[in-house]
Design a protein around this ligand. Structure first.
Ligand SMILES: Nc1ncnc2c1ncn2[C@@H]1O[C@H](COP(=O)(O)OP(=O)(O)OP(=O)(O)O)[C@@H](O)[C@H]1O
Ligand SMILES: [Mg+2]
Length: 261
């Protein structure tokens, strides 16, 4: 199968982007897919969630590759890829990425830098998932340019904010101006607590507001203690609590994503 690159993005903080990148990635690997996860958040949350507790001590990160592309240096795009015991590969990130932002901004073809690095890696993977920071800045835009699709995790704990409009506008602009192949892979309702009336209202509102024009995944990710605890333990919900609700949800999500191919 041709490689599919997906950006997991929402400029709103704490909507489950990192958890979705990690757990969807592991779920796809469990389906036999070759998966590369790319941390593009200087916080390094994805890197930490996979067990690298001190991202700032990692020498080769996505920032190394971005710097190499900007300088036109000859760097092996595979350098620094870490293997995780659950079958996914990781390109980590750390705080160095934050100090590179201005250089990216000043660079030639500043929106295409991540794509230039990631393109040769498509030969090695079935899926490349980019975990984005909660901004609409130049690095997430780079992820949208490098991607074929975007998954938008939305928290069921807040009414769908106007932020969604901003994100969809950015996706539209990237599509028109740089990456015509970019599609909205789907909106994903996360942090869903079925005992909470608001959560049900939020899910309904999202399906009503966006369901006609965009795919809203059938799968809803429940708020589950195991999901928060597994990240702290440096592993996925699958090795932490394989029979739990969160693991089941991400297995279902992987099926939905994989079905479309
Ligand atoms: N299904 C879940 N159930 C319970 N807690 C969760 C779940 N998913 C994520 N969390 C917790 O909620 C918090 C936010 O999740 P996460 O870090 O994935 O969001 P994010 O969108 O990546 O945040 P940021 O915008 O800061 O990058 C984290 O503490 C995480 O452990
Ligand atoms: Mg995150």
């Amino acid at each position: 199968m041709p490689c599919k690159a997906i950006a997991v993005a929402n400029q709103k903080g704490g909507t489950g982007k990192t958890a979705t990148t990690l757990s969807l990635g592991v779920a796809l690997a469990r389906r036999g897919r070759r998966v590369l996860l790319v941390d593009t958040d200087p916080q390094g949350d994805l890197t930490k969630s996979l067990g690298w507790a001190d991202p700032d001590s990692i020498a080769t990160t996505v920032a190394t590759h971005i710097a190499a592309v900007i300088e036109g240096a000859d760097e092996d795009p595979r350098a620094g890829i870490l293997g995780h015991r659950e079958g996914v590969d990781l390109m980590p990130a750390n705080i160095e990425l934050a100090s590179l932002e201005m250089a990216v901004f000043m660079a030639m073809s500043r929106e295409r830098i991540l794509k230039t690095w990631a393109e040769p890696l498509r030969a090695d993977y079935d899926y490349i998932l980019f975990d984005c920071a909660p901004t609409l800045g130049i690095i997430p835009v780079n992820a949208l340019v490098a991607a074929d699709g975007v998954i938008i995790p939305v928290s069921a704990e807040y009414l769908p904010a106007s932020g969604m409009a901003g994100l969809l506008k950015t996706v539209g602009r990237v599509r028109r101006q740089i990456n015509p192949g970019l599609s909205v892979e789907g909106i994903l309702v996360t942090l869903y607590d079925s005992r909470n009336n608001l959560a049900r209202d939020v899910e309904r509102a999202i399906r009503e507001q966006y369901g006609a024009a965009l795919r809203v995944f059938d799968t809803v990710v429940p708020r589950a203690v195991s999901a928060a605890e597994s990240a702290a333990a440096g592993e996925s919900v699958f090795s932490y609590d394989a029979s739990g609700r969160a693991a089941r949800a991400f297995a279902d999500l992987a099926e939905e994503v994989d079905r479309r191919g």
